[in-house]
Design a protein around this ligand. Structure first.
Ligand SMILES: [Fe+2]
Length: 231
């Protein structure tokens, strides 16, 4: 799905599918139109594809946003810092809980904002998949990492994960993000990134369960198949 440039009011968005063995991740390049400054979200696996695209776009990569510390979302951050001298951003909770380290790393709290030129990127703390997972909210777009997929939500079984917090994070998204916002996850299980939150409210079961206990038992149910059946 690379090479699709979507035009919004003040920024362009490019999604890049990057792969390694069974892993298929989406990372995203945001370009502020006025300044030609750019940011990347969750850079992983394919440095040639990413750096070629940055070169083609002829942008200055000022920022790297990481939704959480798992290796399949972070493994090119340090490489990109060395190459482009960008700043790296991750939630303070995630950094502290897992001891994540990277040059030029900056810690974000909930609702902190960073500007890419004139484009505002806000940190939305959404724990559950990991202790300090965060989404990044721009006007019209929410980058969700492994918190929310078009078809579901992230697993809550790893160190620092919590299905209870995942429930609260999904309620936070439901109640505080405009429903016409497009959702851009770190993986696809069939549906491509870019469906609106209103679509997820209708089609994603994790957005429909309004009882926390039922949500937790459903999220933690046994014998879940296809957890790594990435598309
Ligand atoms: Fe993850």
């Amino acid at each position: 799905m690379e090479n699709i440039l979507m035009l919004n009011s003040n920024y362009s968005l490019l999604k890049l599918k990057v792969e390694f063995l069974n892993y298929k991740n989406f990372c995203y390049i945001i370009v502020d139109k006025d300044s030609q400054e750019a940011a990347i979200i969750d850079p992983a696996w394919d440095i040639d594809k990413i750096s070629d695209k940055i070169g083609q776009l002829d942008v200055k990569l000022t920022s790297i946003f990481l939704t959480h510390s798992h290796y399949d979302h972070t493994n090119l951050a340090e490489h990109l810092v060395k190459r482009y001298n960008s700043h790296v951003f991750m939630s303070k909770d995630e950094i502290n809980h897992y001891g994540y380290r990277c040059p030029k790393l900056n810690a974000l709290s909930d609702k902190d904002s960073i500007y890419i030129g004139n484009t505002k990127v806000s940190c939305m703390l959404t724990p559950g998949h990991t202790f300090g997972s965060s989404c990044y909210l721009l006007q019209g777009s929410l980058f969700t990492g492994d918190t929310v997929f078009i078809e579901g939500c992230g697993i809550c079984t790893g160190t620092g994960a919590s299905a209870e917090q995942m429930y609260d994070s999904i309620q936070n998204i439901k109640n505080n993000v405009s429903h016409d916002t497009k959702i851009y996850p770190g993986h696809s299980y069939g549906k491509m990134p870019g469906y609106s939150l209103s679509y997820l409210l209708k089609e994603n079961i994790y957005f429909q369960i309004d009882n926390k206990d039922i949500f937790i038992s459903y999220r933690m149910r046994k014998n879940q198949g296809n957890l790594f059946d990435f598309k």
